[in-house]
Design a protein around this ligand. Sequence first.
Ligand SMILES: Nc1ncnc2c1ncn2[C@@H]1O[C@H](COP(=O)(O)OP(=O)(O)OP(=O)(O)O)[C@@H](O)[C@H]1O
Ligand SMILES: [Mg+2]
Length: 253
Amino acid sequence: MSNRLLTVEHLSKSFPRRDGSRQEAVRDVSFQLEQGETLGIVGGSGSGKSTLARLVTRLIAPDAGRILLAGQDITRLKGRPLRQVQCRMQMVFQSPAGSFDPRQTLVHAVAEPLCCQGMPRRLAVGRARSLLEQCGLPADLADRRPGQVSGGQCQRAAIARALTIGPRLLVCDEATSALDATVQQQILDLLRQLRSQCGLAFLFICHDLAVVQQFCDRVLVLHGGRMVEDGPVAEVLAHPRNAYTRALIDAAW
Ligand SMILES: Nc1ncnc2c1ncn2[C@@H]1O[C@H](COP(=O)(O)OP(=O)(O)OP(=O)(O)O)[C@@H](O)[C@H]1O
Ligand SMILES: [Mg+2]
């Protein structure tokens, strides 16, 4: 049996500009991801990283190309079937506080996806507490609101919430970029632990090549919406074939 989790073929997406022309955000991007594998996505600001993440998780629809999740073509899914496959792909963003309701306690925010699936509230809250604990959030912080914990603690809660319905793929869009170096390492350790415990695959968008080097198996370089290079991280960083990749590496080290 194949271990292929995700296949992306010739994906393109453009957005209308004010002057009537179109901004081609993602152009003809293809890649594959195996179960449990971590693919880094790097590139400058505006290179199409977040758009690619939003296409893969089908928060937006592509203009052209195909997305297969575990062999199922999800490119044109809508409504309930789309929501069902989206449960298997969760996103974690740069600013966790922004994706929580400021009035809701962390434990209730984490329990919510379970309640939506019909789990009785008391059970859902219990499961949320144990997920928060698994993600390293001290138990007494679970009843606080997002504004009452640190950025790193809030990111732990965001990761716990992303895990509630047992995804196979976690898409992290600069998920550690807003954190200081120590907290960033703690969150990376947590993600590593989840990767080995749950066999999660990652699309890991990150502008920090040193982080990509230590966390990812492979890396894909985007420039102007195009994939200019991809391959095993060590190989791409040691022997970049593309001039833009070389410039990125030179700027980082
Ligand atoms: N909803 C949208 N409407 C119009 N243009 C958009 C939209 N989303 C993205 N774009 C444009 O598409 C291009 C790619 O944007 P995207 O957010 O994917 O870049 P990015 O690589 O994530 O950048 P950053 O590192 O700054 O987050 C940019 O030129 C952006 O302005
Ligand atoms: Mg982005």
